[in-house]
Every structure is written in C-alpha cells, then in structure tokens.
Design a protein around this ligand. Structure first.
Ligand SMILES: CC(C)(COP(=O)(O)OP(=O)(O)OC[C@H]1O[C@@H](n2cnc3c(N)ncnc32)[C@H](O)[C@@H]1OP(=O)(O)O)[C@@H](O)C(=O)NCCC(=O)NCCS
Length: 306
C-alpha cells in the first residue's frame, strides 16, 4: 500500500461537451478520441473532466445502457495521481449512469500496466466488487507459426479463405445453427465480417459443409487480432481448430505487412484458455488478462431520488 498523499485541493469535476473536451483528449486511448467530438447533451455517452487549479488533470468516459452500462475509459495525469482524482471521476460517472437508469455499471481493464494496483484500489474504495478474470490477451509474432504448424487437419477437412465463403455455406450454417444451436453467443462469424481482415480470415469445411472458422480483424498499425474462432463441437478434437490457426498465421505472414498477432481468449472457453496457458505460452511475446467488475447502481439511484 502507498503512503497516503495529501488530499487534492482545488479539484473540480465538469461535464464535457464536444468543445471543452478538446483539452482532455490526451486522457483516453487514441481509438476513443473520436467519441469526444460527438458528445451531446442527453446522449448515451458522457464524459467528465477533472480540473486541478483550473488545469486539466484527468477524464472519465462512460456509456449508459438500460441493463449494463460501461465505464469506457478513465485516466488521471501522472502528476495528479493517488490524491483521489480518479475516485472523484469514477463517482461522477456512476452518478451519471444511475441517473440514466442503468442497473449495473461494468468496468473492464487489461492487467500488466504499472498503475494496475492503483486502479484496483480505486475500484475497491468506490465499492466495486473484486474484479474477476474475463479474457486472456496474448501477443505473438511469426515464431508462433513454428509451433502451430505441428498441428495438421486430416484430408477430409479443407481450410479456405473466408473471402471464398459461398451462399451455400451461409445457408447451410444458418440451417444447422437453427436446428442444433451449436455456435455460442458472440462467435457467429457473419457478425465479424464487416470489420474482418480478409487476408487471413479462414473457414473450415468438413464433408463439404462449413463447420469452423477463424475470423481476424486488423488492429492498426501493426497487428491482426484473432477475434472469433469456433468449430462444431463433435469435430473439436486433436487440435483441429489449432490447425486452422496455423493456416491463418501462415497467411498473416505471407499476405499482410503486420508482424504482430493478438489473441483474445475468453476464460469460459476452458479448453482454448488452458491450451494457451499450457502450450502456447512459451511462444508468446506477452500474456495478460482482461479483468471485469460490475457494480449495482440501484443504491446511487435511490440516494439521488431521495
Ligand atoms: C487508475 C487511475 C485512473 C487512478 O487514478 P488516481 O487519481 O490515482 O486514483 P485515486 O487517487 O482515487 O485512487 C488510487 C488509490 O490507489 C492507491 N495506490 C497507488 N499505487 C498503489 C499501489 N502500488 N498499491 C496499492 N495501492 C496503490 C493510492 O494510494 C490510492 O488509494 P488511497 O486513496 O487509499 O491512498 C490512474 O492511476 C491512471 O490514470 N492510470 C492510467 C490509466 C489506466 O490504467 N486507466 C484504466 C484503464 S481505462
């Protein structure tokens, strides 16, 4: 635990709009900065800035939804940390989400950053339940191919570029899903097509039927994210999906200029998570996890109404 720092004096929290948010744009990820330009009074997304003695010191962005609302990002400038600014921003976001009728606020973050202990302490201070592991996040480079290429598919299986998926493939997958419900929520390949990387997304056919896929997405500037993979459960054995990964990695090396692969594996896909931890780990450049906490907002809404 850190030695307590003097509480921050001269702290103000202000609601941001598309104009005054410009001074705070450094306090979020590059990929979220566009959100600030379109902030609107009464919109589902809100942002609050922290000012210390009039100077921008931090920002939180949150997104309301009827059931689970989200803390999108929170950041405090290094020189203002550990003095309660983060907690004050988080409280402002919770108040906003509760006021918009959200029952629960969710916060998801990646481990491994130097300020992780401060973030977890801030959440605990603000009454958030102990965060739970949700996804593994791994990065690798082309050395991963040397490992994955040991896995081969039997000749009855065909791995093909997803760009060649046919109307018949689509129709047969729709039919078999309607009949057997074998594709879990979140892994339906067609949902990823709009943002996919065409160079190395692949499908797998067995007996001429579409039974598996690995859809990837570009992550600028230098990575491809292995986002959505699944194979019909009765065919998932002896590393068959891993063989599809091998082909996708081969295609990334051959057909893209991006050297990094990002693998996101939900812990609830137990066999894949355990494969990453037991077998892939020595070939990874980095291994961290997303943790997740959910805080009920009912009490805040009741306090505000009273
Ligand atoms: C996480 C972050 C927002 C916290 O902001 P902050 O203004 O420092 O937060 P607070 O001061 O309200 O709370 C931090 C707490 O962590 C404590 N802390 C700091 N370092 C710690 C450590 N190594 N171990 C334990 N506790 C620690 C502080 O002492 C403080 O607790 P206290 O009030 O009981 O003394 C800030 O560290 C940050 O901007 N990090 C980088 C961005 C980030 O990772 N954002 C999250 C993902 S979007």
């Amino acid at each position: 635990m850190m030695a307590p720092a003097a509480p921050m004096t001269g702290l103000e929290i202000e609601r941001l709009n598309s104009i005054n948010s410009a001074a705070f744009s450094a306090f979020t990820f590059h990929a979220y900065q566009h959100i600030l330009y379109s902030l609107q009074a009464g919109g589902s997304i809100a942002a609050f800035g922290a000012l210390v003695g009039g100077a921008p010191a931090g920002m939180v962005i949150c997104e309301a939804a009827p059931e689970t609302a989200n803390i999108v990002s929170i950041c405090v400038g290094a020189e203002f940390r550990n003095r309660g600014v983060g907690s004050a921003l988080l409280a402002a976001a919770e108040q906003e989400l509760a006021g918009k009728g959200a029952g629960i606020a969710a916060f998801t973050y990646a481990t491994g950053k130097p300020t992780q202990p401060a973030l977890e302490r801030m959440l605990a201070k603000c009454g958030w339940p102990q965060p739970q592991p949700k996804h593994l996040i791994c990065t690798s480079d082309k050395r991963m191919y040397a490992f994955l290429s040991e896995y081969k598919l039997p000749p009855s299986f065909e791995v093909f570029p997803w760009t060649e998926v046919t109307p018949e493939d689509r129709a047969s997958l729709e039919r078999s899903q309607a009949a057997e419900q074998w594709v879990p929520k979140g892994l339906w390949p067609f949902d990823y097509e709009a943002t996919m990387e065409p160079a190395n997304s692949v499908g797998v056919r067995y007996g001429g039927e579409l039974v598996g896929w690995l859809i990837t997405q570009p992550r600028e500037p230098d990575a491809v994210c292995y986002s959505c993979s699944w194979m019909r459960p009765d065919l998932q054995r002896r590393g068959r999906l891993v063989a599809a990964y091998a082909e996708a990695v081969r295609r990334q090396i051959e057909f893209t200029t991006k050297p990094i692969g990002i693998w996101i594996v939900p812990y609830h896909h137990e066999s894949m998570a355990s494969f990453v931890l037991r077998r892939m780990k020595p070939w990874l450049i980095s291994l961290s996890e997303f943790r997740h906490s959910r805080k009920p907002l009912r009490a805040i809404a009741e306090e505000t109404a009273a």
